[in-house]
Design a protein around this ligand. Structure first.
Ligand SMILES: Cc1ncc(COP(=O)(O)O)c(C=O)c1O
Length: 466
């Protein structure tokens, strides 16, 4: 792998000034500001799976940023691609064509089976939202007598930060400060979260009650009101819920039976994260709409896309007088610099066989994490590829969750010992899973270190967490 550390953008002596300037001026997402004051992190450089604070402290980033730096930090060749493209053409709106976006679309299309068109946007939320809109417009074209506009999505899912994607999502803690979120456009079904089966059942004797719930909900809503069924194949943000293998094919079959489009959110799952190029490919389904972001460009620049099967795309092709085009635009959609970098990022994934590596090292990581089950506070360990969760409980028999302050102790211990891990969001009552989603270039010794630090962090809870 060709990565190199760059000289720190912020001289170490200036760290305190950066922290002051930030606290005085920046409105941060999600993290409480008092916490930022107490524990500021000023990341100035990265290489491979390691990031470095302005004070020189190195961290093994077992979250790849926000589940996204798949090819790892410090790929200076991606900076070179960006600089060359910026010199040639920094920007032009995607109402016209540009070579990098065309090449990237061809590449992405090829990875997804070769019968799609790619609609570019700048973030995963926009990719999902464009998917909702494309599905709705498609239904107006194809079923003029019906009002097919609803999306069936799952409780505990996360699909983005805009009002519509929040409404589509099912994480109570993300939604509650902004509710109400509007009408009945997004209807939720139970998540395939087997450790906490919403039906109180156990696989396989459950006979996939969660799949039956999808069908019953479509029937209850009225199939002629439903446009899409939206799923993230492996649910990430709730703490990595891996469904039974039959789940996605069965949901896909139901969507098809009722004339709904299958919309798969691969924003985290895609580009090797789960040990396949796209997670739905583990299960042999062909979605109608696929949302991609994050690993598409390993977050070196903002770019995302909604990939639409040609069966659906064709409905948008017509003479100007027919007005069939999708009537929305994102200023940064098809950005030539981001597209050029994304195309090279995908080449790196392929050249270095990082998808296969994710499968192999993911199995190795999971084996390591399973050793943590020796602690009474570990209720469940699960994952696929380099996407894993360790669910912490106060009591294994009742599965009562470990309280938030105790989970934070584990996360903080890991960080103090040089390993950054994530922590699940959840419904209004979850948030007790340690999440891991490292760069796909993570090495086995680094994986050993992640496991060892987590082991020590959980052991430090003592024998009886409060
Ligand atoms: C599954 C999933 N979909 C969509 C999004 C939204 O992506 P973005 O933050 O780029 O808008 C996220 C973000 O983490 C995600 O995890």
């Amino acid at each position: 792998m060709t990565t190199e550390a760059t000289s720190a953008a912020v001289p170490v002596d200036d760290r305190a000034a950066v922290v002051r300037k930030d606290l005085d001026n920046v409105f941060h997402p999600v993290v409480p500001h008092r916490q930022l004051e107490a524990e500021p992190l000023v990341i100035v450089e990265g290489r491979g799976s390691t990031v470095v604070d302005a004070d020189g402290t190195e961290y093994l980033d077992a979250m790849a940023g926000l589940w996204c730096v798949n090819v790892g930090y410090g790929r200076s060749e991606l900076a070179d691609v960006a600089a060359a493209q910026m010199r040639a053409l920094p920007y032009y709106p995607h109402t016209a064509m540009n070579a990098p976006a065309a090449a990237l679309a061809e590449r992405v299309n090829g990875l997804l089976g070769g019968d799609s068109h790619v609609y570019f946007v700048a973030s995963g939320s926009e990719a999902n939202e464009a998917g909702f809109k494309i599905a709705r417009q498609y239904m107006k074209h194809e079923h003029p007598g019906q009002a097919r506009y609803k999306t069936i999505s799952r409780y505990l899912s996360y699909h983005g930060t805009t009002l519509a994607t929040l409404a589509a999502g099912g994480m109570g803690d993300r939604k509650m400060k902004f509710e109400p979120l509007g009408g009945n456009d997004f209807v939720h079904v139970a998540a395939p979260y087997c450790y906490r089966c919403p039906f109180g059942l156990t696989y396989p004797s459950c006979e996939l009650a969660c799949v039956k719930n999808v069908e019953a909900t479509i029937q209850g809503e009225g199939p002629d009101t439903v446009a899409t069924v939206l799923v993230e194949p492996i649910m990430s943000a709730v703490g990595v819920a891996v469904p039974p293998d039959e789940y996605l094919p069965a949901v896909a079959a139901i969507a098809k039976r009722y004339g709904c489009l299958l919309h798969v959110d691969e924003v985290i799952n895609g580009f090797g994260r789960t040990g396949a190029m796209f997670a739905h490919q583990h299960y042999g389904v062909r979605p109608d709409i696929v949302s991609i972001a994050k690993g598409l460009v390993s977050a070196y620049l903002p770019i995302a896309a909604t990939v639409v099967r040609n069966d659906v795309f064709r409905s948008f092709v017509g003479e100007p007088s027919e007005n069939r085009q999708v009537f929305q635009i994102s200023t940064y959609g098809g950005h030539p610099v981001a597209a050029a970098v994304a195309a090279r990022n995908i080449e790196i994934l392929l050249e270095e066989r990082l998808v296969e590596r994710s499968a192999d090292n993911g199995a190795y990581l999971l084996d390591g994490l399973r050793t943590l089950l020796r602690h009474p506070w570990v209720g469940d360990v699960r994952g696929k590829g380099l996407l894993a969760g360790v669910e912490l409980v106060r009591d294994r028999a009742s599965k009562e969750i470990l309280p938030a302050d105790q989970v934070k102790r584990v996360v903080d211990f890991a960080r103090r010992n040089g390993v950054i891990v994530g922590r699940s969001g959840g419904g209004r009552h979850l948030g007790n899973t340690i999440q891991l989603s490292p760069p796909l270039v993570i090495t086995r010794p680094e994986i050993d270190r992640v496991v060892a630090v987590l082991d020590a962090a959980i052991a430090a809870l003592g024998t009886a967490p409060a």
